[in-house]
Design a protein around this ligand. Structure first.
Ligand code: ASP
Length: 312
């Protein structure tokens, strides 16, 4: 059986000069997950290990160093899904933990539920032993302080009918952080997808994005597993990751299925999104409509490949 792992560090426009850090960060995450898979470990363990490394790296918009909401707090969304028996766990609007992806995994493994949110998610995290952790870095706080006044968020749409947050992020790429995602295929043929984020900068408190919603930002079934990044409101409306698996089930290659979903979202919303995925044969896909989506992957015996964007 082929083993494979792919990770992303978020779709968007990365600050000039940040390429090397993003490449090093995604490569390190794949290397850690690969070690687990090569030792016979599960796709779940590999995807979570890769996700934790990305969450702990402050350049990515997940875990430590994640972006702040309108009130200046960090609210995390995360989801992990294993194709076997559609096991899935998620958290949303979760504050003050170090690794939201591990809390999502515990929701899957320790409860009857699929998602815990807000105060309930925080209480569960503490019961599971996750200590209080302030994820706010000085750089993110400074961004938030200096730019908050200039953002008109969530109260309307611009002339093209797209969200103001999107126009703002295009104009100010220094805000771009990027959700993180990891998708793995293990030696038993099991697929797993994990995604973790603090959502979009200056989101309204309580906003839940696509990341924790199975079928939207994260999905795994017997055909394929995928993780999304970009403006979550479009991903939710398109149930994108579920659609990618459906395309593969209908006979498309993984690449063709991702391309079809991306094309449809461009037609429907001119959406700024990106996806990574693996099919049950170990084929890997990474596509995005944004300027960048740092990602890294390996499949079978291949070297680890890491890029800021997919070649056109
Ligand atoms: N998809 C994430 C969200 O909307 C954001 C991102 O990927 O940058 O919450």
């Amino acid at each position: 059986m082929t083993i494979a792992l792919v990770v992303h560090g978020g779709a968007g426009s990365w600050r000039p000069g940040s390429d090397a850090d993003a490449i090093a960060g995604t490569t390190a995450a794949v290397a850690a997950g690969r070690k687990i898979l090569e030792a016979g470990g599960s796709a779940l363990d590999a995807a979570c290990a890769a996700a934790v490394i990305l969450e702990d790296n402050p350049i990515f918009n997940a875990g430590t160093g994640a972006v702040l909401n309108y009130d200046g707090e960090v609210e995390f969304d995360a989801c992990v899904m294993v194709a076997n028996a559609a096991q899935v766990g998620a958290v949303s609007a979760l504050k003050r933990v170090k690794n939201p992806i591990l809390v999502a995994r515990q929701v899957m493994e320790e409860t009857d539920h699929v998602m815990l949110t807000g105060e309930g998610a925080l209480r569960f995290a503490r019961v599971m032993g996750h200590a209080d952790h302030d994820p706010i870095t000085p750089a993110r706080l400074e961004d938030w302080r200096s730019k908050r006044e200039t953002l008109d968020i969530g109260v309307g749409r611009d002339a093209k009918g797209s969200m103001k947050i999107r126009a703002f992020l295009r104009k100010h790429p220094e805000y771009a952080g990027g959700t993180i995602g990891a998708v793995a295929l293990d030696a038993n043929g099991v697929l797993c997808a994990a995604t973790s984020t603090a959502g979009v900068t200056l989101k309204l408190p309580g906003r839940v994005g696509d990341t924790p919603l199975p079928g939207a930002g994260t999905f795994a079934d017997a055909f394929a597993a995928s993780s999304a990044t970009g403006t979550g409101e479009y991903v939710i409306r398109s149930l994108s990751c579920r659609a990618i698996s459906q395309g593969v089930a209908d006979g498309k290659s993984l690449d063709a299925s991702v391309a079809a979903v991306l094309a449809q979202m461009t037609r429907d919303f001119d959406a700024d999104v990106g996806f990574i995925g693996i099919d049950r044969h170990g084929n890997v896909a990474a596509q995005h409509s944004t300027a960048h989506m740092p990602h890294a992957w390996f499949s079978g015996q291949s070297d680890i490949v890491a890029r800021m964007s997919t070649p056109k």
